[in-house]
Design a protein around this ligand. Structure first.
Ligand SMILES: [Zn+2]
Length: 209
């Protein structure tokens, strides 16, 4: 079966809020030679559970939130998981991981607790997820980065998640909110992709948040 997201990565459905979409804030992320925000931010209070988006194998963990040099890693404490079809997810700014390298995890498995470690512009606790695909990423994006949005949309409209969301009126409203929000973003995405095909200027002095 082809790679897909099977589970929402934060407490769901009560806290299924997107706080920053892929490609957002191009002016800020241009400093890092990125066309925009290189992942998706999910509302996640400090200490709240973080779940794997799909099954896979834990490839890498940063326990300290530091680079080998001792400087702060932009992603802080993070967990990175390899999935099928060359896809890889990174869960950043964690308080701590709850898995070990080499561990096989299922979609929806608790893999860590959220926090605000690493470089965060706002300082607020949240979950940042980066999706990558190997050997080729998305044109215009460096480091094998790809847009997770199609996978999230598929997840939101999957029968299991839809059933979960229709259990209360609030959840249906939340689903509607998310879909509308993404639709509003669509035009922006197209602009960003066009812009991404053009070279961006300054040399980054630190890694993106
Ligand atoms: Zn982010």
């Amino acid at each position: 079966m082809a790679f897909e997201f099977t589970h929402w990565p934060t407490e769901f459905p009560g806290r299924a809020y997107i706080t920053q979409t892929f490609g957002a804030n191009p002016a800020y992320y241009g400093k890092f030679k990125l066309p925009g925000h290189e992942g998706i931010d999910f509302h996640a209070p400090s200490g709240s559970p973080v779940f794997a988006l799909a099954k896979g194998t834990v490839r890498d963990i940063n326990h300290t939130g530091l680079l080998p040099s001792g400087a702060t890693h932009a992603y802080g404490v993070f967990v990175r998981i390899d999935h099928e079809d060359g896809y890889q997810t990174t869960y950043a700014h964690l308080e701590r991981p709850l898995v070990v390298v080499g561990e096989w995890v299922l979609g929806g498995q608790l893999i860590g607790l959220a926090d605000n470690t690493g470089n965060i512009k706002s300082g607020d606790s949240h979950l940042h997820v980066t999706l990558k695909r190997f050997p080729t990423g998305q044109p215009g994006w460096k480091s094998n980065i790809v847009d997770p949005r199609p996978f999230l949309e598929q997840l939101l409209t999957s029968p299991g998640v839809r059933r979960l969301m229709t259990e209360s009126v609030d959840d249906v409203q939340q689903l509607r909110y998310l879909v509308e929000y993404w639709e509003k973003q669509a035009a922006n995405y197209r602009d960003l992709y066009l812009r991404a095909s053009k070279p961006t200027s300054p040399t980054p002095d630190r890694k993106p948040v």
